[in-house]
Ligand binder design. Structure first.
Ligand code: SF4
Length: 409
C-alpha cells in the first residue's frame, strides 16, 4: 500500500484553497472518493510529482492567455497536457514537492502575463504557502514579449515571480510576421531589456526553420540574443503538428521543414555562439512525449535532439584538431571518460565517422579535463580545449551584417 505523504502539510495552517482539494495528502490512501462517493484511484500525476528534489516544478496552462494562435503551435501536443490544473491542484503539488537551491515553480505552455489579472493572481496565490514554507525559492513564467510592461512586472514581482521566459522565436521581422506572432523585433528587444532592468532572470526561447527563416537569419537572431545576455536559452526547431495552420501550409506544399540533420547543424552553430559567450542553453528540441509524437506530421523531431547537436560539435572539435595538427602515425586521440557519449554520438555515428576518416587513429580514455582532447604521436602532441574550439569555430562563421543593425537602442 502507498505510504501516506506526511510533511509540512500538517504543520502549516491550511489556507482555504487546500480545504477543497481532493488531492490533499492527508486525505489520500492510494484512493479518493469522487463527488458521488465512488472510490477512485489517485491520479498518477500526483504520485509522480511528489517527493523528488527538483529544480523546476512545471505546471502547464496550454495556450491560456494567448491572444491568438501562432501558426505552428499546439501546446496540448507539445506539453502533453490538454487542460490546465486548478489552483487547488497546483497548491497541493507545490506543497508536496521540494526544490533544491534556486528551485522554482514554473507556469509553461501559455502566455501567463496576458491572462486576466484575477487568473494570474489565482495561480500565483496558490503557490504562496509553498514559497513561504521554503519548498521553492521562486516562480518562473513563460509569456510573450508584448505581454509585459512596467505595471505587469510590478505585479509579478510582488507575487514572487523571479524568472520570466519570453517566447521570442526570432528577431527577424519577416519571420515573426509570417509566423503570426504579432510583434516585431524592437518590441522583443525592449521587453528583454525591461525584464532585466527590473531584476528578473531572463529566459529567451528561440525557434529555427520557421517559414521564411534561413541560416543567416537564425545566426543573426543568435547574435542579438547573445548581446542581450539572457540567463537561459531554449532552442526549438520548428515541427509540423496536426491541426495547425502550418500543417495546412505543409500539405499545400508551401512549407518545407528542416531535416533533423539540417536542424541539428544550425542548432549546433547557434549553441556554439551561445557557449562561446558563456550563455546557458537549457533545452535543445522539444521535450519527447507521446502526444507530440502522435501529432507530429513532419519536421526535425528527435527524442535525443540535444545529444545529436552536442555530439556533432564534439565530432567537429576532434576533426578540427586532427586537421590542424601536423601529426604522424601512429597516433592516439585521448578524451576524458565523461565525454565518450558525446564523442560516440547518436548510434556511434561520431566514432564511426572518425574511424572512417582516420582508420589508423587510436582512441583512448585519459584523465584529462572535460571538453579537452589531446592528440599524441611519437615526438609530439596537440591539445584542443572546448572553449578554444568554440572561439575558432564561431570565428569562421560568415559575417552577419544585420547583427548590430537589428538591435534597436
Ligand atoms: S506559440 Fe506561445 S503565444 Fe503562440 S499560441 Fe503557442 S503558447 Fe500562445
Amino acid at each position: 500500500m502507498r505510504k501516506k505523504p506526511n510533511s509540512v502539510w500538517r504543520k502549516c495552517k491550511l489556507p482555504a484553497i487546500y480545504r477543497s482539494c481532493p488531492y490533499r495528502p492527508d486525505r489520500l490512501n492510494g484512493k479518493r472518493n469522487d463527488a458521488a462517493g465512488r472510490s477512485k484511484p489517485v491520479p498518477a500525476w500526483f504520485y509522480t510529482m511528489k517527493r523528488q528534489i527538483r529544480t523546476i516544478l512545471p505546471f502547464f496552462i496550454p495556450m491560456e492567455g494567448c491572444p491568438h494562435r501562432c501558426i505552428y503551435c499546439d501546446q496540448s501536443s507539445i506539453s502533453g497536457y490538454d487542460h490546465s490544473p486548478s489552483p487547488s491542484q497546483i497548491a497541493c503539488a507545490a506543497m508536496e514537492n521540494r526544490g533544491g537551491e534556486d528551485a522554482e515553480i514554473a507556469f509553461y505552455g501559455g502566455s501567463f502575463s496576458c491572462l486576466p489579472l484575477e487568473r494570474q493572481a489565482a495561480y500565483l496565490d496558490a503557490v504562496q504557502p509553498a514559497l513561504a514554507a521554503g519548498c521553492w525559492q521562486g516562480v518562473r513564467i513563460s509569456t510573450r514579449p508584448d505581454g509585459v510592461d512596467g505595471a505587469e512586472l510590478d505585479f509579478l514581482a510582488a507575487k514572487g515571480v523571479t524568472t520570466i521566459e519570453l517566447g521570442i522565436q526570432s528577431f527577424d521581422a519577416g519571420v515573426l510576421r509570417r509566423a503570426g506572432r504579432g510583434y516585431g523585433p524592437e518590441q522583443a528587444v525592449a521587453a528583454c531589456r525591461l525584464i532585466r532592468s527590473r531584476g528578473f532572470a531572463l529566459g529567451i526561447q528561440l525557434m529555427t526553420g520557421l517559414p521564411g527563416d534561413d541560416r543567416e537569419k537564425s545566426l543573426a537572431t543568435a547574435a542579438i540574443t547573445r548581446s542581450l545576455a539572457p540567463d537561459v536559452i531554449r532552442l526549438y526547431p520548428t515541427v509540423v503538428l496536426a491541426g495547425t495552420p502550418l500543417a495546412e501550409a505543409w500539405r499545400r506544399g508551401d512549407y518545407q521543414p528542416q531535416t533533423v540533420e539540417e536542424a541539428a547543424a544550425l542548432a549546433g552553430d547557434m549553441l556554439a555562439l551561445f557557449q562561446a559567450a558563456d550563455l546557458t542553453v537549457i533545452r535543445l528540441g522539444l521535450n519527447p512525449n507521446p502526444q507530440t509524437e502522435k501529432a507530429l506530421l513532419a519536421g526535425p523531431y528527435h527524442p535525443a535532439f540535444g545529444h545529436i547537436v552536442k555530439s556533432r560539435l564534439k565530432y567537429l572539435q576532434a576533426r578540427a584538431l586532427l586537421q590542424r595538427a601536423a601529426w604522424k602515425k601512429p597516433a592516439v586521440l585521448q578524451y576524458p571518460p565523461a565525454d565518450l557519449p558525446l564523442l560516440a554520438g547518436q548510434k556511434n555515428r561520431g566514432l564511426l565517422a572518425l574511424r572512417r576518416e582516420y582508420p589508423d587513429l587510436r582512441l583512448q580514455e585519459a584523465d584529462i579535463e572535460r571538453g579537452t582532447l589531446i592528440l599524441r604521436w611519437k615526438g609530439g602532441e596537440a591539445v584542443s580545449t572546448y572553449r578554444r574550439f568554440l572561439e575558432d569555430y564561431t570565428a569562421g562563421f560568415p559575417p552577419c551584417p544585420r547583427r548590430e543593425a537589428d538591435i534597436p537602442n
